[in-house]
Ligand binder design. Structure first.
Ligand code: PMP
Length: 394
């Protein structure tokens, strides 16, 4: 017997409410690898829903690197690194990432989510204050909750609001934390200004660069490189699950930060390491980025073109500064209907509603990649126009 039937009924009611509000997430099943096009229900659909910015998730060289590592190191990491030991592969990746990001040291985690859960509670606690952008990612919010620190929220990317918070009574150590690129809007945190304020008010600065890696800066080195702030940001969190195309996360910063997190970062101490093929694949992805930045340039070219065309067609694409293209709708049910109608036209562009975005700000988030062709983008623009007109959105 599962949970008691009364509680099961309550869960069913909660699910029904989500459906009524247009907030029930219908997850598609993919029958093909990630790429510009996907196979879903036996049909080819144009993929606008993944974070596979550079098309690396199914890149031949990366798949080969994973296969070689599988043959050499097997599949399992054995246990947590602090007990079972660290494979040479993990050390190699950390060294390579530190070089790539031009930082002293990097420690890898199982995911970006885990990296945030590790680093925030390890650095600040009940006696301290976290100062957080109001649109920060859920994993930052959960990390701040786990830390027990007092949390003060400033208005989204608003430096006046941030300074007001810094001037208020903040107990203990102050940690300013922000997403680098905000994943639902595509805007970029004004990191140089945040660093200035951090210095002025003696606060640590942490940036989560999940959507900046492989996208911003020279060769996709990320937001710190974009603003040329090497050595000035205390903590940089990253993920391999987006532009890098694999899975895993990391914290970049000083050598002593890395050493401390290896002793005190709970997801490092209590959750097993990423598997050898994933690590080898990530090493290869970083090598590909280091070698040339053609994919990064193509991503931007595609993103700029698509945003411009949708704007011309009359859609509200918000204020994105990156290839992320939100198509603002507002009402969650209408956003879901638009996504469903686009799917009938062979475009997979997922609608996003509360709690991923604030209530009343539902949207379709179009994720452009370097592997979309001009024809793909033209096709999509025509379909967006057709469906947009039919639904009276433009
Ligand atoms: N931080 C941000 C800003 C993100 O967008 C995401 C992914 N949605 C994460 C962290 C989590 O990364 P991962 O998928 O590696 O857990």
């Amino acid at each position: 017997m599962f949970m008691n039937t009364e509680f099961q009924r309550e869960l069913q009611n909660r699910i029904s409410d989500l459906k009524k509000e247009g907030l029930y997430n219908k997850i598609k099943t993919l029958e093909s690898p990630q790429g510009a096009w996907l196979e879903i229900n036996g049909e080819e659909v144009l993929n606008f829903s993944s974070n596979n910015y550079l098309g690396l998730a199914n890149h031949k060289e990366i798949v080969k690197a994973a296969q070689d590592a599988l043959n050499k190191f097997g599949i399992g990491p054995g246990a947590v690194r602090s007990i079972a030991g660290t494979m040479t592969l993990h050390n190699e990746l950390e060294k390579k990432l530190a070089e790539f990001k031009k930082t002293e040291a990097v420690l890898t985690f199982q995911s970006g989510f885990n990296a945030n859960l590790a680093v925030i509670p390890a650095l600040v606690g009940r006696e301290d204050t976290i100062i957080s952008d109001e649109l920060n990612h859920a994993s930052i919010i959960d990390g701040t909750r786990l830390s027990g620190a007092e949390v003060k929220v400033y208005n989204h990317v608003d430096m006046k609001s941030l300074e007001e918070v810094l001037q208020s009574d903040c107990k203990g150590r102050k940690l300013i934390v922000t997403d680098g690129v905000f994943s639902m809007d595509g805007d970029i945190a004004p990191l140089a200004d945040i660093v200035e304020l951090g210095k002025k008010y003696n606060a640590l600065v942490m940036v989560d660069d999940a959507h900046g890696e492989g996208v911003l800066g020279s060769h996709g080195r990320g937001i710190v490189d974009h603003f040329n702030l090497h050595g000035e940001v205390d903590i940089e969190v990253g993920t391999f699950s987006k532009a890098i195309g694999t899975v895993g996360g990391c914290v970049a910063g000083s050598k002593v930060l890395k050493e401390y997190l290896k002793q005190q970062g709970r997801p490092f101490l209590f959750s097993s390491a990423v598997t050898p093929p994933d690590i080898a694949a990530t090493i290869k992805a970083v090598e590909i980025l280091q070698r040339d930045d053609k994919l990064v340039s193509k991503l931007w070219e595609n993103g700029d073109k698509f945003k411009e065309k949708l704007k011309e067609a009359g859609f509200d694409v918000g204020h994105s500064e990156t290839p992320i293209t939100p198509v603002m709708i507002g009402d969650a049910k209408t956003a879901q209907e638009l996504s469903d109608r686009l799917f009938e036209e062979k475009i997979f562009a997922q609608s996003i509603g509360y709690p991923t975005v604030p209530k009343g700000k539902a949207r379709i988030r179009v994720m452009i990649s370097a592997v979309h062709s001009s024809d793909d983008l033209e096709y999509a623009v025509e379909k967006f126009k057709k469906v947009g007109k039919e639904m009276d959105l433009i």
